[in-house]
Design a protein around this ligand. Sequence first.
Ligand code: GLY
Ligand code: MN
Ligand code: MN
Length: 432
Amino acid sequence: MTIKPTEYRDRREQLMAKIGKGTAIFRSASLAVMHHDVEYAFRQDSDFYYLTGFNETEAVAVLAPHHPEHRFILFVQPRDAEKETWTGYRVGVERAKEQFGADIVYPIGELEEKLPEYLKNCDRIYYHLGRDKAFNDTIIAHWQRFIAQYPKRGCGPIAIEDTNPIFHPQRQIKSSAEIELIRKATAITCEAHNRAREFAKPGRYEYQVQAEIEHIFRSNGGLGPAYPSIVASGANACILHYIENTRQMQDGDLLLIDAGCCYDYYNGDVTRTFPVSGSFTKQQQILYELVLEAQHQAIARVQPGNPYNDFHDTAVRVLVQGLIDLGLLVGDIEEIIKEKKYKPFYMHGTGHWLGLDVHDAGVYQHGEETWQTLQPGHILTVEPGIYIGPDIKPAEGQPEVPEEWRGIGIRIEDNLLVTEQGHEVLTAAAPK
Ligand code: GLY
Ligand code: MN
Ligand code: MN
């Protein structure tokens, strides 16, 4: 199961149809080096991967739809027996042409020399200024040379335009092959959560649960965790990105697990929260049911045509009403929502796009008032929660939180596909 070469080609064609006389440039991810030459596992740049399927560092893809001979150009590391002995196989120049469908492939060392050929007659350069400042400078320097020549030539790139606004709407709508890969990632993710629920018990350590989860990711062919797995027992669950996973679980704890499998770079992102000894305390149960109700109502708002903020606003309203009913918030619901006085309990958004990136490409809003509309093919998370840290500070004018409610953190997160009819919960196999 993977994306076929024809789909990569179609993706490039779709983007090239948008850039017209422009030239688009994409760079692979760099190798991350820890220290003394030890490398982290390589993680390809998602834009680069989406357009090429090429999984090596030190590569550049150029799309030049106006060029008479070469519309898709790849620059890659050449084969090198000695280097490959140390750092692994390379596809190399010859094989990249046949395997990745480029019109021409050059060794990466020729980038400086060859790139002007694909810029000289374009009207603009599409490039997303990234974290690699040296590469940004390379592109800007090429552009500057063409600007300097413009009076004589009367053509060439007059601007660098950010690629994302024209490109990312394409990544937002998932193809059927992408949906299948996310189904695979979410199925493995659910299996791992189910194993974790069986395995977790008082006396075991959070990292042991993490090991069970990540064993299932990898043994099913996943690349590993989509993000650092959060295995947070007791009050640790109130730390949103708790990843130490060092505590020994105790009787009476809730365990919040936020973990997802990455499969062929497509991701699951699921959270489940449950009592490690099998039964809730009264306060835990009340709050769990409140979060679950907020999630049910939010999920019901995931419908094609609905604005993106609708499911978040729905979750907030249910949570705030519940906290008012419990006396943990006081006052008028509209004012609490407007002034965000619920934030000490619920400080994050209710979801995000999901795909090749865990927080996937694409905008949520078009200016201050207008939200992105949900469309079939969107995949997103719905993940409300309540977090009552041991030292929670109430918002101004709000009461102190009584001791019995403190140290409880709950999040429930599912992954949804927006369909023509409504939505499909891709992560229903992990019970709530
Ligand atoms: N695990 C990251 C998130 O839920 O957004
Ligand atoms: Mn998550
Ligand atoms: Mn998430």
